[in-house]
Design a protein around this ligand. Sequence first.
Ligand code: GAR
Length: 193
Amino acid sequence: MVKSTGYKKVKAAVFISGTGSNLKSLIKFSKKKNSPISIDLIISNNPKAKGLKLGKVNKIKKKVFNFKNKNKIENQILSVLKHHKIKMICLAGFMKILSRNFIAKFKGKILNIHPSLLPKYKGLNTHQRVLDNNEKYSGCTVHFVNSKLDSGKIILQKKVKISKNETRDSLAKKVIIQEHKLYPKAILKTFNL
Ligand code: GAR
């Protein structure tokens, strides 16, 4: 459980690697009165991540880190997070795996969104694997991050039905619409709201 500090919003950082559509929905949510979080920092491993543009538009600080030397970089990230008094991390399309040590420093305070009904289809290329297996349903999951990939405690899931002529792209579109609704709901849930 992430503790709310009463009237003040808990400062959160969002980690991204690409488009940032979940980031966009989280920013929108964070500006609402009933949101227990504010988004104070955007972190990316990819200098070309489209989502970084959202930082400028919304006046949110952004930092890009080159993950070649993961240990060193994670220590740098930890000090940036400390400097900005970040108490919660939302991974939103962040395609790097954080170390056990990093996760331990934010135990129970890191959330991730994954485009499948976990524990099914952990990892990459989710939608294609779902279709290859002729699944009837797919969906998305928000979960706490632990040291095993896509395996932490599930907070919320949303199911979507797979249509007859579903393609990887059509399924991705269907799922991501639900992701944008699910992530804010899951955050509220972690605050018991
Ligand atoms: C989302 O579908 C998210 O669930 C997925 O990447 C996409 C990012 O889109 N994350 C993963 O696959 C993590 N394993 P976005 O940049 O538009 O939010």
